[in-house]
Design a protein around this ligand. Sequence first.
Ligand SMILES: Cc1ncc(COP(=O)(O)O)c(C=O)c1O
Length: 398
Amino acid sequence: MKTIYLDHAATTPLRPEVLDAMLPWLKEDYGNASSLHRFGRTTRAMIDEARHRLADCLETKANELIFTSGGTESDNAAIFGAAAGYTAELRKQEAGRKSGPGHIITSRIEHHAVLEAVLRLEEQGVDVTWLPVDRYGQVQVEDVAKAIRPDTFLASIMMANNEVGTIQPIREIGGLLQSAGVLFHVDAVQALGSLPISLQTLPVDMMSFSAHKIGGPKGIGALYVSSRVRGWKPLMLGGSQEKARRAGTENTAAIAGFAKAVDIATKDLSSKQPFMEKLRLLMITALSDGLQEFDVVVNGHPTDRLAHILNVSFPGTDTESLLMNADLAGVAVASGSACSSGSHERSHVLGAMGLSEDVMNSAVRISFGIDNTVEETIEAANRLIPIVRRLGGRSGHN
Ligand SMILES: Cc1ncc(COP(=O)(O)O)c(C=O)c1O
């Protein structure tokens, strides 16, 4: 029995072209980009070129992109960097002109990489407004407007949610924050390769990216820091790599792979989306038809959502048993974010959406990728249907 991988929101397989782009930098071209000799210069030239390619794909300038170890580091660097900049600025100002440890706005449905970083700052005395979301998992622009204070120095709201796929009104929120002079960080880890991103036109100051969600290697990502931003301070200190904004010898092969993956993902964007939409709809239809006498509840926004993520609940069953049985049947699906499914915690995202207990406790995330086929999708649905029946899905539509 062939295992069907439907967990692309957790990670994606490495594309063969990406592996090819990486191999020379793991074999013969091993120079350290900081070295002045020819080995170093070869590596330096590749990194410069990779940064320019990434910048072209994201419609920004190369010097606004910093390579990091992935989405988690980018999120941490954005948040702690903004807080460090704000504190340093306060110290410089005359006493009384600005007061307090400052204020951050974020939402209750952010990835743990943002939530935990903001929680750390809250422990250290920074005030935090944790914005609610509606039942579809969307932040309301009015709530952001109401939360802005004179001492708000940062807002961090994701572009699209990794558990339910709901897209946030980033442009409207960014416009508001820009006129209030508040730094805006956006976690676009899940959006990259699924939504067009033009940093030139988005009112965003910092944005996080990760390669392994788009067919790139794990452990590499980028943080966009607009040249408009003043006072942001680096998280990693040491050497002057990345123009002293991220110390540490560059992960050369991963950078080469990331640039290749972004290149392909950007070119494939317009064909990928309709295909993902097709597989998602096929799965919903197959599950609903096969489980007609049971409740099948689709979670997330009906239209403002990523095409490749389907979060679906089977009230009366429970997520853990569903996942275990699906795995035994050769279908790899998840409960939500990778960390939550590893520890079987209840999802903070579904909780913030105010879903009923039985919907929350039986939610499964099915996420598609470019290698999935129509046949596989139907086969996966056919394997999942008897599991839901066996686990006692709830009959009747209420
Ligand atoms: C929205 C979001 N942000 C951040 C991350 C963390 O990225 P990485 O795995 O590259 O550290 C993830 C990965 O699950 C994610 O989905």
